[in-house]
Structure formats: structure tokens, C-alpha cells
Design a protein around this ligand. Structure first.
Ligand code: UD1
Ligand code: UDP
Length: 364
């Protein structure tokens, strides 16, 4: 039986891996060994997803933890290499664009083990983002590239990656959203401190927004002011919580609710019932669309440009508190697009990936 080592490590990767892992298990032709680098380690950034999404706990946790890019990636690289030497898999499966993705791909490529990359071909064309470096390198090290969109296929072709290695399969996050819809229930508004079912859901964690005190202050003050119009709930990534404390930022309005990160099912419920999503997350931009909720992205650019073209996502650079406040107000005032195009496949991306991987036995 073909053996695959899957390398995950950060929150969005557990969610992306869930449908693929399920499809691999039900196909019965591939044995998957899940390795967690330990990049994310808090219960609400890691273990909660394994419990909720009903995927087996990782066989190994490499304990890479937090640190500078070099240190964190190096710890994961060292750990993954040891596992690969021991397990000798036929293929290594990686997701997205985090330091764990890069470590998994690099360790495998150096050992001449083929790499399969889910969510290949995404580009922001902004090398100041660590994720852009991770995705470009991972794509160029990969033997098999599973692209979520036609745009991603175009980017890979433009970089000279051989067409036969690229498979347009759709987005596994769409699969995850469809598979979890029934289990998500309704948001626990009382517990969160929301007084009405009419609210904005926000998430902020991108390094470019959090690591610069002026930028984070602009975002928090802008949301604070906008919450006079409508309550805003913001599940805080620990990176953002720590930065808010370190910069001494104060929230004035009780209508901007800062809460701990929530599990995936609660997040789905919050997204689905929100009037507007405001975010700098890659995954949350798409999930807003999956649930037919308009999105405002507080960044200068996005990898998911088709959402902007379709009118479901609007970009606003958070240059000042006023810019953020105005952007939220105008996003709330804008009408929802009439069309909801099928941008991310048919909800069977994971099945297509698992079926393709199964055909590689002996060819990897
Ligand atoms: C990482 C990814 C980013 C992804 C995000 C998903 C990289 C370069 N970045 O960013 O692409 O969008 O995950 O959420 O890989 N921390 C905790 N507990 C944890 C994990 C982190 O407190 O369980 C804190 C630590 O202070 C840490 C900081 O969060 O230094 C940042 O964590 P890190 O994994 O380095 O980057 P993320 O911002 O999470
Ligand atoms: N998410 C979650 N709880 C939260 C915030 C996000 O379950 O409190 C989920 C969200 O639904 C999406 C994924 O985490 O599936 C997005 O991860 P994140 O925003 O951390 O990273 P990115 O997608 O930007 O890499």
C-alpha cells in the first residue's frame, strides 16, 4: 500500500487536511501518517480542530513551537527529516504557505521524496509576506501541484512549472465548509457577549498588520469607531492579543467584543450569520463567500482575486483608523452581489486529490 506522510502545523492546515484525510481513509489505497510540526500548540489553535473535524490525532508532534522564521522552520525541518528517514514514505503531502509547509517540502525534496502541494499556485506578488516566499519555494519543489482555481493554474504556467504536474481540483476549504455545514449549529451570541444577531465578524492576524504598532492601532481604533454602528466580534489570534497588550492599545467601545479564538464549527456559525466579515485571513475571505456573506479585506492585495472580481470581497489598505472606519461603513452600505459564481470547484477537491494520489503508487 502506498504510504504518505502529511505535514501540517498551523490552524488553517488542520481544516484543509480534514477532508483530504477523510477521502484518503475512505479510498483505502493509501496509508497516511499525519505529522504535526507543533508550530501551533494552544488547544484552541490546534487540538480543537482534530476533535471537531473527527480526524485522527497526528502520529507525531515535532514540537517546533514559536520563534523567528529561521528557527521555527529549522526546528520543523529537522524533525520532519527524521520522520521521513524513518518512515520512507512514497510521497509527502503539504498544505498552503506556512513555515510548516516550507519545512515539509524542503525536507522531502532534499531526500528525493516527491512532494504534493495542496493550494498550489496562489500568489500575492508581495515578497514582503513570509507566506509568498513559502508558497513560491514549495511550488517549485513539488512534484504534484493541486491548484484551487484557474488563476492559480495560470500563475504556475507563468513560472514555467510543467503543465502535467498541475491539477485543477478546486478548493479543499470549500469541501470542508460543505461537510461541516450541518454540524455548525447557531452561534452562541449570549456567551460571546453580542446583544443582537446583527453583527460583523472580524479576524486580524497577518504579520504585516500586527507587527507594526501604527498599523494595528489604525485597525483596532477603526473597528472600535465602526462598532458604534453595529456590534463587532473579533476572535483574537494569540499573535494579535500579545501585540495589543505589548503596544498598550485600549478598546473604548464595549460593542467591539474581543474573544478567544473559537473552534471551526463555531467559526462557521459566526461567519454564516454575520452581516459582514472583516479580515486579513486567507481562509476567512473564502469562507465568507462560501456562506454568501460579503467580505472586507484589510490588506493592499489578495491572493483570491476572483472574490474581488465577483464583487464579494473589497480590499482596503488599513492606513489609518479613519480609513478602516470608512471602509467598514461603506462595506455595510453596499448591496450584496446578485450572482454567486462557483469559483472553488464542486466540493469534491479532496476526493480528486485522494484519487490522484492513489494512482501514483509506484510512480511517485
Ligand atoms: C502562521 C502562518 C500564517 C497563517 C497563520 C494561521 C507562517 C509564517 N505564518 O502565522 O501564514 O496565516 O499561522 O493562523 O507560517 N502563538 C501562541 N500559541 C500558538 C501559536 C502561536 O501563542 O499556539 C503566538 C506566539 O507568540 C507566536 C505568534 O503567535 O510567536 C505567531 O505564531 P506563528 O506560528 O509564528 O505565526 P502565525 O502568526 O500564527
Ligand atoms: N478559524 C477558526 N477559529 C478562529 C479563527 C479562524 O476556526 O477563531 C478558522 C477559519 O474558519 C479558517 C481558518 O481558521 O478555516 C483560517 O485560519 P487563519 O485565519 O488563522 O489563517 P489563514 O487562512 O490566513 O492562513
Amino acid at each position: 500500500m502506498m504510504k504518505i506522510v502529511t505535514v501540517v502545523g498551523a490552524r488553517p492546515q488542520f481544516i484543509k487536511a480534514a477532508p483530504v484525510s477523510r477521502a484518503l481513509a475512505s479510498g483505502g489505497q493509501v496509508r497516511e501518517i499525519m505529522v504535526h510540526t507543533g508550530q501551533h500548540y494552544d488547544d484552541n489553535l490546534s487540538a480543537v480542530f482534530f476533535r471537531e473535524l473527527d480526524i485522527p490525532a497526528p502520529a507525531r508532534n515535532l514540537g517546533a513551537g514559536s520563534g523567528s522564521h529561521g528557527r521555527q522552520t529549522a526546528r520543523a525541518l529537522e524533525g520532519v527529516e527524521d520522520v521521513l528517514l524513518e518512515e520512507k514514505p512514497d510521497c509527502v503531502l503539504v498544505y498552503g504557505d506556512t513555515n510548516s509547509t516550507l519545512a515539509g517540502a524542503l525536507a522531502a525534496a532534499k531526500l528525493r521524496i516527491p512532494v504534493a502541494h495542496v493550494e498550489a499556485g496562489l500568489r500575492s506578488f508581495n515578497r514582503a509576506m513570509p507566506e509568498e516566499i513559502n508558497r513560491v519555494v514549495t511550488d517549485h519543489l513539488s512534484a504534484w501541484l493541486y491548484a484551487p482555481t484557474a488563476q492559480a493554474v495560470t500563475h504556475l504556467a507563468a513560472e514555467g512549472i510543467a503543465e502535467e504536474r498541475v491539477k485543477l481540483v478546486g478548493d479543499v476549504m470549500f469541501d470542508a465548509a460543505l461537510q461541516s455545514a450541518a454540524a455548525a449549529g447557531t452561534p452562541r451570541l449570549d456567551e460571546i457577549g453580542l446583544t443582537a444577531a446583527d453583527y460583523v465578524l472580524a479576524t486580524i492576524h497577518r504579520a504585516e498588520n500586527v507587527d507594526d504598532p501604527h498599523r494595528l492601532q489604525a485597525i483596532m481604533q477603526g473597528l472600535d469607531a465602526a462598532s458604534n454602528d453595529i456590534e463587532i466580534v473579533l476572535p483574537l489570534h494569540p499573535r494579535t492579543r500579545k501585540a495589543i497588550a505589548a503596544y498598550g492599545l485600549r478598546i473604548q467601545s464595549p460593542r467591539l467584543r474581543l474573544i478567544d479564538p473559537v473552534g471551526y464549527l463555531e467559526m462557521v456559525a459566526l461567519e454564516r450569520d454575520a452581516r459582514l466579515v472583516v479580515t486579513d485571513s486567507g481562509g476567512v475571505q473564502k469562507e465568507a463567500f462560501f456562506h454568501r456573506v460579503p467580505c472586507l479585506t484589510l490588506r493592499a492585495e489578495t491572493e483570491w482575486t476572483e472574490l474581488v472580481d465577483a464583487g464579494w470581497n473589497v480590499l482596503a489598505f488599513p492606513a489609518s483608523a479613519g480609513a478602516v472606519e470608512t471602509a467598514v461603513r461603506s462595506a455595510l452600505a453596499r448591496a450584496k452581489p446578485a450572482e454567486w459564481p462557483q469559483l472553488y470547484g464542486n466540493g469534491n477537491a479532496a476526493r480528486l486529490i485522494a484519487d490522484h494520489l492513489a494512482t501514483l503508487a509506484g510512480r511517485c
